[in-house]
Design a protein around this ligand. Structure first.
Ligand code: FEO
Length: 392
């Protein structure tokens, strides 16, 4: 795709990736993604913000074809999807410097072997004059690596935010037109890589609150012409009220755990508690991550396999532990054949979760009346806990 004009002397460059369905060999991409870079031509200096991954060099090389001079490649974030092409771009423009944070400089040297003499580092709040335009660099660590910053173009009131406020969407529309669609994609993106760092992100949101922003231009997804939409969404995801919701990631082998899950879900719904249920044999983990952003409770459903939880249930517990959702309560339900340490194993896998563990319900074999009674009680306990938080 050709470079696209955003405003006078400000252009989108990069690649819209309609085809990929997995990011970092981990994260599902149901709607593809984009890798955005931004060219700003000031009256004196020209800069490129971010640089897309190395396999996309031919795209950005063609887009830069008529750009005779580049003074700086600004690296807001050192991860290779935004930095991979920097060495090739420096070969195109031997006099260009890489402008970044001191922390990113070290990471870029390690990842891409860029020589130290090619760097200029900036401090938090430092500015760069491009002549008739001015960039201010604002350190916003942990969105989602420690070295990240954003850049504010003062005269045009554009915040270039790299991964911060990003979303994985492939579209031909440069600007957000369907906020509902982007909300879902951005929440998925937040859940998958930002959620563990939400306390720092809250501070970053406070830090940018003082800036007059007309456009937010992230390096994945579309440009936001209504920045308050995505800023407010992030505030809510970081710190908004939890939902009266139980997330149930589960797996079943011979339907006993499934029968327990079905009964339990029905019991919760009867008591006024919402449920999101995920069969772990066919779940999009991005959807599970979204559900974890604001659920008050997680209940893992698993049979016992080889004396422990089913590996899919162990994966869900591992994922929840690393994503560190704000969840308040957790329990486990399931069936076993003769014994095992399912509860102990799963409980040992979630040290990062600051949750109250509610007495699990594990029963031998196909669920009996006693099992259903215990599940009914568990649903009642959860409803009472949610009432206690004012959610129900
Ligand atoms: Fe889009 Fe953290 O890279």
């Amino acid at each position: 795709m050709k470079a696209r004009k955003i405003k006078d002397n400000i252009y989108w460059m990069g690649f819209v990736d309609w085809d990929s369905r997995l990011f970092d060999s981990l994260i599902p991409l149901p709607d593809g993604t984009s890798y955005n870079a931004f060219l700003i031509e000031g009256s004196e200096k020209t800069v490129l913000i971010d640089a897309v991954e190395s396999s996309l060099f031919s795209e950005i090389e063609a887009q830069l074809h008529n750009v005779s001079k580049l003074d700086y490649v600004i690296s807001l974030h050192a991860e290779q999807d935004h930095s991979g092409c920097i060495p090739q771009i420096l070969s195109m423009y031997p006099n260009a410097k890489v402008l970044t944070t001191p922390k990113a400089k070290g990471i870029l040297m390690d990842l891409l072997h860029i020589p130290e003499g090619s760097f200029v580092t900036v401090q938090d709040g430092e500015t760069l004059s491009l002549g008739d335009k001015t960039l201010e660099f604002i350190f916003t660590p942990w969105v989602h690596w420690p070295e990240t910053m954003v850049a504010y173009l003062k005269e045009d009131k554009i915040l270039f935010s790299c991964d911060f406020f990003g979303s994985h969407i492939a579209t031909s529309d440069l600007f957000v037109t369907d906020e509902g669609r982007v909300y879902e994609a951005a929440k998925r993106y937040y859940a998958e890589i930002m959620m563990p760092f939400r306390n720092v992100i809250k501070k970053n949101l406070e830090k940018i609150a003082g800036y007059d922003i007309d456009l937010i231009a992230p390096s994945h997804g579309q440009i936001y012409p209504r920045p308050s939409f995505i800023i407010d969404a992030h505030k809510d995801w970081c710190d908004g009220p939890l939902k009266n919701k139980v997330v149930i990631p589960y797996v079943t082998m011979h339907q006993s755990t499934k029968k327990m899950v079905d009964f339990f879900v029905s019991s919760l719904v009867e008591k006024g508690v919402s449920v999101e249920q995920f069969n772990l044999t066919n779940t999009d983990i991005g959807k599970l991550a979204i559900a974890l952003v604001d659920a008050a409770t997680i209940v893992i459903g698993t049979p016992t396999v080889l004396a422990g939880p089913h590996p899919n249930a162990a994966y869900a517990a591992f994922l929840a532990n690393v994503l560190r959702p704000r969840t308040k309560f957790l329990s486990i339900i399931g069936s076993y054949g003769w014994g095992g340490k399912t509860v102990e194993t799963l409980a040992g896998m979630i040290p990062n979760l600051k949750v109250e563990v509610i007495e699990p319900v594990l029963f031998k074999g196909s669920p009996s009346d006693d099992a259903f009674k215990a599940l009914e009680n568990l649903a009642g306990t959860i409803a009472t806990k949610h009432k206690g938080l004012g959610l129900l």
